[in-house]
Ligand binder design. Sequence first.
Ligand SMILES: Cc1cc2nc3c(=O)[nH]c(=O)nc-3n(C[C@H](O)[C@H](O)[C@H](O)COP(=O)(O)O)c2cc1C
Length: 228
Amino acid sequence: MSIAERPTMNLDEAIRLRRSVRGFLPREVPQETLREVFALAQFAPSNCNVQPWTPHVVSGDKLRRLREALVAAGMRDEPIKPDWPADGKFVGIYRERQVGAAQALYGAMGVVRNDTVGRKLAYIRNHAFFDAPHAVLIFMQEPFDTREATDIGMYAQTLMLALTARGIGSCAQGALGLFPDIVREQLAIPSNFKLLFGISFGYEDNEVKANGARVERAQVDDVVHFHR
Ligand SMILES: Cc1cc2nc3c(=O)[nH]c(=O)nc-3n(C[C@H](O)[C@H](O)[C@H](O)COP(=O)(O)O)c2cc1C
């Protein structure tokens, strides 16, 4: 069945089925489908409808060059220079969830805790866009800040659900925001545009072990406070 003939899944299904995909087939998503999902993502809400997102979709040769530059920076342990601090330490239940997610991923990949080289190579897969044929790097213009970043989070999830509904996998990656100068230089983006994060996307490669990782969610009663 072609993508065009594929019945679109309902919203509940797309929400449940979306998960981070970290290994992709080289097959590109058709340009018309790309335009369709990005047009759909434009329906995301934003404060005062300012639509503060500036997505740069990268494919083909440009993506290959960006991948090489980011992988090289990661491999030579170049100091990160994110546009926003990326050194937040999680504590308590948040730390437990972070560790749980890392264990699920490294466990699926067969990388043990004290294998520092294995962990580094697993991390560098982020810089390689997990071999995805496309990535979107999401920028925000200065002086936008936290309020506009929340809008961009909504935009990103809307986009990922639109991709999921078309059978296209994706992974949001803060790791793609650690070397913004490289991205700006390669894509000729002015310095007043700040990089929040990226999303790699494409068709999932089921053979990639990382794609076997599954993470749990807290129960509604443990997180939601109902008031009346
Ligand atoms: C803003 C954001 C940044 C993320 N950064 C990364 C990342 O750098 N690398 C990665 O492998 N996953 C990253 N993730 C994916 C999360 O680890 C993932 O969403 C979480 O563990 C829940 O799993 P699921 O997406 O499979 O449901 C990020 C997710 C979000 C929303």
